[in-house]
Design a protein around this ligand. Sequence first.
Ligand SMILES: Cc1cc2nc3c(=O)[nH]c(=O)nc-3n(C[C@H](O)[C@H](O)[C@H](O)COP(=O)(O)OP(=O)(O)OC[C@H]3O[C@@H](n4cnc5c(N)ncnc54)[C@H](O)[C@@H]3O)c2cc1C
Length: 442
Amino acid sequence: MKSSINLPHDDASCGWYSALPEPQACTRLQGEQRADYAVIGAGFAGLAAARRLAEHHPQARILLVDAQRVGYGASGRNSGFVIDLPHKFALEHPEPAHKQRLLGLNRAAIAQLQGLIQRHGIECQWSHAGKYQGAVGPRGLAYLKHFEHLLKGLGESFEWVERSELARVLGTQHYSGAIYTPGCYLMQPAALVTGLARSLPGNVELLEESPIQRLERDGQGGWLLHGSNGRIRTPQLLLGTSIFTQEFGYLRNRLLPVMTFASWTRPLSDAELAAYGGQLDWGLTPADHAGTTVRMTQDRRIIIRNTYKHVPKYGRSSSEAMRTSIREDHRKAFLARFPQLAEVPFSHTWGGVYAISRNFTNFFGELEQGVYASACDNGVGAAWGTISGTLLADLAVQADSAQLRDIQAVTGMPSLNPPEPFLGLGVRSRIRLAAWNSRSEL
Ligand SMILES: Cc1cc2nc3c(=O)[nH]c(=O)nc-3n(C[C@H](O)[C@H](O)[C@H](O)COP(=O)(O)OP(=O)(O)OC[C@H]3O[C@@H](n4cnc5c(N)ncnc54)[C@H](O)[C@@H]3O)c2cc1C
């Protein structure tokens, strides 16, 4: 059956996923299935929701369905920062209580992930490495000054790091300064989400490569989820489908699909590591958010992430031509930082899609009777997806908690987008302007 909706179709060139062992065969949706709960989307949000539902109801049948393999979507192809601090725009929020709630929720997510990783022995390069927020020149330093002000307002600890100390850790003189915050964790995202999927409770059944193409009321107060070779009948449906949520008719014209891109090197040889001169296992995000994210992994790979694209056809993967052109930009950013590694090639370049909203508001809650969603994390979904998915399950089973009230207090309705072609024109020109203004920080 040909689908009329945008279905996920990520490119096959994600480095993190390709570094995993060959996946085992998966189970697909077939025939008529009944579930007490169905969760669509097996990223951070859907995995956490399914796990929590199972904890609440160990006897219930819970089906977790994804269009692709677990680890193939955005949750497995991000830069691997699990960030405790509220993200840029949320940090500017005028109410201190709002920011403290976000901090508390993100830290609860980190504690939850850490507990699961330890309990199930998930090997995913999990590390309490903290995070550098790096400035290349005066523009970046001005952003850092503002960041310092916001951190002081929050009462959070941080440390200024000067160029020479940065060079010792990062193996590059490229940055004039950075602010180090200790609460961030780093990980291998595809390894983490596949590990989370493998360790799901026994009453969660994972169905992969099973796109849901249509939702329909079943006439008895529940839902029918239509796939190409089967369907699921369920009274309760949870959506962890990020930008694809609008394909089911929800939050329409409120989410903006954005794609960003990363490239990484093969693991450095001993000689290259000596020439690099820095340490392993660190992560740096740009002071100016349109700049470049850089990581050195525990297994000696350097990752460069930059470039944003507005992708109205987000159900298609990025083209090879687009990735080739972006790889050239990544290469320039790499050589500006690590000229001593000019002979080290990139082995992979990939893109991934996520949802932002114009008012930077996350949606969390019930969309209509029996349908719940967490969508639109504005590109920082490792911690947010984990905690929002968990609490979405609490909401669905009516388990009240202080955390549930906190997440309800900090979320809301993403604002409506203007109609096309104004939307596309506006978003594209904002992205271009941000890239131009930040060119010195790229
Ligand atoms: C290159 C890149 C770098 C990033 N870096 C970071 C970072 O360092 N830290 C951070 O916190 N965030 C980062 N992000 C953002 C982060 O990856 C996302 O915010 C996060 O993955 C969202 O999680 P999620 O579970 O809500 O959605 P997703 O991970 O997008 O999961 C949604 C799932 O729904 C499935 N789905 C959609 N439609 C259907 C359907 N019809 N039927 C069945 N299944 C369907 C998809 O296949 C997908 O697996 C980055 C993103 C990218 C692309």
